[in-house]
Design a protein around this ligand. Sequence first.
Ligand SMILES: Nc1ncnc2c1ncn2[C@@H]1O[C@H](COP(=O)(O)OP(=O)(O)OP(=O)(O)O)[C@@H](O)[C@H]1O
Ligand SMILES: [Mg+2]
Length: 285
Amino acid sequence: MYSTESAEYSETVTDRDASTDTATEPAGVQTPEAQAKVLVRDLKLWYGETQALYDINMDVVERQVTALIGPSGCGKSSFLRCLNRMNDLIPDVAIRGRVELDGQDIYAPHVDIVQLRSHVGMVFQKPNPFPKSIYENIAYAPRLHGIAESRSQMDELVEDSLRRAGLWNEVADRLDTPGTALSGGQQQRLCIARAIAVNPEVILMDEPASALDPMATATIEELIDELRHNYTIVIVTHNLQQAARVAGYTAFFHMGRLIEYNDTDTLFTTPREQKTEDYITGRYG
Ligand SMILES: Nc1ncnc2c1ncn2[C@@H]1O[C@H](COP(=O)(O)OP(=O)(O)OP(=O)(O)O)[C@@H](O)[C@H]1O
Ligand SMILES: [Mg+2]
């Protein structure tokens, strides 16, 4: 339904409330009917001379899980990093196009990147707790942002974040021990708790469970399912079963292009594009 070269695109657009459309929407835009939390238009990215993303158009739906799938090197992580300007840190990157969060251009000159990243948090493939206590892992960013004023408010925030990340019961009696002493799965939930602590609206996850065993992976997937009620989640995964389990929407990338984007059931059962079908049936990738 939201395929890149969809002939139905113009119908989809006219179905929408005209006031929500930007005047210059290009052909091939990705337009789920629900309100877009993150809107991507004509996004292109180069590392030096090499182009890694081509004309990506995509609406990320609010309070849904969107999975990014595709063969290694197709640009999933590059795209994900564009959504909170994580690529800004990489030298020689050039980015063109538009990314909006709630209608605001996140690449506009006045945007405060620290603020942006408090709205759009990130969880990485390898759990990366700070070399600090469990408590401090959570408290660090809220303190930086002046979110909790008193010690008791901070205590509450730490507990609440750990509860939301499904970790509280396992660590309540050892908040002063190092975050790095937890198991891999616990560390990843600590990193999710840390992302939640600054009250983000969007959480980006780049293969958050790929370094974990099946039990810890299942726990993370349950957590994602829980979080989806309060957050907009974009997750990169190589695990197609995982995408099918956790994501309401799935986007298939191939060689830097967004080939197809649809609700997960449709994308997996009746893909529109041959390339998508080849990938999900394991013909390459
Ligand atoms: N920091 C970088 N500098 C230069 N080129 C990069 C950089 N990061 C990624 N690339 C290149 O951009 C392309 C897309 O890479 P990216 O990491 O986004 O792919 P991916 O889909 O996340 O792959 P994987 O599934 O292996 O993680 C690749 O050709 C990669 O070599
Ligand atoms: Mg990647």
